[in-house]
Each structure stands twice: as C-alpha cells, then as structure tokens.
Design a protein. Structure first.
Lengths: 255, 255
DNA sequence: AACCGTATTCTTGGATACAGAATATGAGAT
DNA sequence: ATCTCATATTCTGTATCCAAGAATACGGTT
C-alpha cells in the first residue's frame, strides 16, 4: 500500500553472514534505531519490517524480543512495540549506573590489563586527539570514544560486568555529549588521566579517574540540554559528592 | 514416548493469570531451574517443554529467549539451549557486580526511602530474625532475605539500577550462603547496620554497610565452598581492600 | 452537537507445517 | 575390535495460517 512511500527504510540484511535471520533482523533494526531513522517513540510493526526485509514475521518477532532485552525498544501492554523513549531521567540514570560499573571495570583493569592493551588504549586516544583536532565528524569521534571505553571494560575480563556496561552504551549512542564544543578536548585529557593511572597499575587512581570522567560528561550533557542547572533531585543525589572513589572527606568533584 | 517417564516434570501453567503464554512458560521454567529440577548444564528441548505444558513450541521459544536475557540459560551456537552453568568465577563476579550496584542503591535509598518503607524493612528483618531463631527452612530464610534486599533497591527508585540488580539475584538463588551455620545471624546484624544507616539518612554509611554485608556473604560462601582461601586472582582483585565506600586509607575490611 | 455503543479492521499471539543442519546409530572394512 | 562412512532420526529455524483482542471509525440517540 503506502509501502513505496518508504522505499528502503531499513538496511537490507546481509545474507549468509549471520547465522540466523533473527540476528540479522535485529542488527538491521538496531542500526535504524541508533542512526535515528526510527525515531524515539515510533511504533514498529512486525509486518512492515518483515515486508521491508523480505523475511517472514517470525524472525522479526524474535528480533524484537532481543531488542527489548537490550533495552532499545519498549513493549507496550498489548504487545505493541515502540522505539524506546529516553527521558531525561533515563539518561541521568544511565550515567549513574555507568559510573559505578565503568569505574569498577577501570579499577580491575588496572591489575588485569596487559601492557600491550594499555599501548593500544593510548593509541586510540591519540587517534581521538587527531580526529578532534581535524574537526572530524562527531560520528568518528563517537566511534573512537566507544572503542576507548570498550577496551577498558573488556580488559577487566569480567563478562557480566562487561555485558552490563555494553548494554548501557547501546542505548545512549544518541545522547553523547561529544558534539558540545570543547567536550572532545576535555575528554582527551581525562582519558589521559585514566591511561596514566592504568600505567602505574593504581586501581584506586584508575577508578577515580573514570568516575571523574563520567561525571564530567554527565554534567556537560545536562548543562547543554538546558536542564535546570542544580536541582532535579535525582541529580543531586545521583552524582553528588559522596561517590565511591572519592577520598573520604574532601570529596567535592575536582572539576 | 518416554513421556510418562517424566510425568509432571514442569509445574503446570496457571491459565488466565498471565497475559501471554510465553510469560507463563518462562515462569514455569524459571521455577524448575531455580528449584533444581532442571540441573545445571542440562539441555532444554523446545519440543519436550511444549509437550509437557501442552502448548506449542512458539511460546516456548519466546520463553527461552526471555530466560536467556535473564541469564538463566545459555544459548549454544546452533540454537541449543542448556541451563546455565555457574562456574565459580561466575559466582564471584556476581558478588562483585552486586556489591557496587546494591551499595549504590543503598546510598540512594538513604535519601529516597520513606519512613514507612524503612519501617517495613525493619519488620522484614525482624521476621528474618524470628525465622532464623526457629530454624525455619532455608527457603523461608531466602525469601525474607530476598525481600529485604528488594525493598532497598526498589526504594532507590531507579528502574535500570533495580533491573540490573534483580537480574543478578535471579541467577543465584541457588548459591546463597544462608545455609551456612551462623550465617543467618550474621546477616541479621549486618541488615540492622544497614537499617540504622538508612534511618539516619546517611548515604555514605548505608553504602558502606551494604558493601560490608555483601563482602561478608561472598567471603563466607567462598570459604564454605572449599575454594583455596586466599588466591584465585579474581577474588583478591575483585573484593580486595580498595573498594568504594571504604574510607581512603584504613581500608581493610572490618570483619 | 456531543456522547455512547457497535461493528469493522488491524495487529499481535499461538499453532501447524516444512526444510535444513547436526548428531547419533549402525554396518562394513581394515 | 576399532575406526570410518553412510544413513536415519531428531531438533531447531523459518514460513504460513488461524483466532482473539484492541483501536478506531461510524452511526444512532439524547
């Protein structure tokens, strides 16, 4: 019907690469969601997806369940599925949880990471610096940033921890504050602090550096998105002073 | 065929209570796994489940996907599904992640919890004490313990955080150390410390008390399961001294 | 004109059918 | 007796079909 009005909304699935169709469909939908083709709150019809991709509804159902588990879509009471809407609070909470989890990963990584991995981490950050200097697209920046953080959590060698953090990242590729002017530069410096702490094999320092980094990103994101600067009870609580890694008393954030 | 050899392996589904069959099937399987009827590593056949419960394979598939997302089952490369095997390291990691997440929840709960909720928490712990005193079955103890911890994470009012913690609890109802002699009593005391910290609305103290509690449970579990007391690199790292909430220098665990 | 009830259509959940892949079993050869 | 290869069975993934429920739209009534 109104099908050719949306000629190729979804990236066609790559035949044979993935083992089962459900995974391929999920990948396609994931890309569509993360790229913004499917907007927040938009409804996803099983039938239209299956028609678009030329598969039956069955693998589409499985794929939607998978995406639901990943937190990318929301299942309404009657089985209707919409692209997940991230409220302001959701984003705050994402930062909140990421902070404790990634700082824990950093702490562990300080002991587990090989020297080679630290070298790679540093080189990724160097690429990041170059890309920022040449004003590359924020997509490139995001990819490098993503890789930096992924290297750390993978190096911690704790699969559940890694899985949780990954799922947190999955939802928020949209809400990254790297497009804020100057944010990339500040990120680079904070990344360097993290690398330095890892080099010296100091778990506490690594943890602290990561907390500092994520707090900073969160604060800048909040400021840029025009949220009332201080209150929002959630924030005062969530990212307030008494966070793990801060050293006891003089715990006011350093930046 | 050999069906009546396993007359009622799975708890029959309750008709009409759940909205969709997949949920009902998932519930049944979950109960079977947690109760130990389905042993660790045992394979789960879609067909046998559907025959047992009198439904088609379709909702069984959905249920299995859901259980996979919850971490209760493992999906082998070719779609085969087995009951997840928790290795020793998995359990350690579970404690590790639970520690940072639940202590964060406790920290937040210290500000968010209503007085009524704290009262309820205290009364649950009182029931726990009574049950332990009367040597109730460890099932009852586990339920009360579960309820205590759930109350806290729900009171923090951060859905993602709550969801992550819940999924961690889901996997480990088996590995709870409450059957260790004296463990229940020690738990009660630690619970009281948590309640006290929440009463005084002290986030730091609440966080510290929770860290202490989970660390203690982890240590006792490890000791009882006959693991080499000190090394296992993972543990030394994971639950070692420099954990969040400990106060800077004198960070050796208190117990 | 507004509100309520009914009917139609749309969409999802569940069942059944089919094809392909993997594993197990058995026979034959060395 | 053991190893190998071929065959048969089993189980999963995909497609198609059917039924039930929800939302919307239309018409009647006050």
């Amino acid at each position: 019907m109104a099908e050719d009005a949306v000629p190729t909304q979804l990236r066609q699935i790559r035949p044979g690469v993935l083992v089962n169709l459900a995974d391929a469909v999920a990948e396609s939908l994931r890309a569509a969601i993360l790229s913004g083709q499917l907007k927040s709150g938009e409804r996803i019809l099983q039938e239209s997806v299956s028609a678009d991709l030329g598969v039956s509804r069955q693998p589409v159902r499985d794929a939607l369940h998978r995406l639901h588990a990943e937190g990318l879509v929301t299942e309404l009471p009657n089985g209707r599925v919409i692209v997940r809407e991230y409220t302001h609070e959701d984003i705050c909470e994402n930062y909140l949880v990421r902070r404790v989890l990634e700082s824990e990963a950093a702490r562990i990584a300080a002991v587990m990471m090989t020297d080679a991995e630290i070298d790679e981490l540093q080189s990724v950050n160097q690429s990041f610096r170059n890309a920022a200097h040449e004003h590359d697209s924020s997509t490139v920046l995001n990819q490098l940033n993503d890789r930096f953080h992924r290297l750390i959590r993978v190096a911690a060698r704790h699969p559940m921890l890694e899985g949780f953090i990954s799922s947190l990242w999955a939802g928020l590729t949209i809400a990254t504050p790297l497009s804020i002017p100057g944010r990339a530069e500040r990120s680079i410096v904070q990344h360097e602090e993290i690398v330095a702490a890892l080099r010296t094999r100091d778990p506490q320092a690594a943890q602290r550096a990561m907390v500092n980094h994520i707090d900073s990103a969160c604060r800048e994101f909040l400021r840029s998105s025009g949220v009332p600067p201080s209150p929002v009870l959630g924030m005062t609580i969530n990212l307030g002073p008494g966070l793990p890694g801060s050293s006891g008393k003089g715990h006011a954030a350093r930046t």
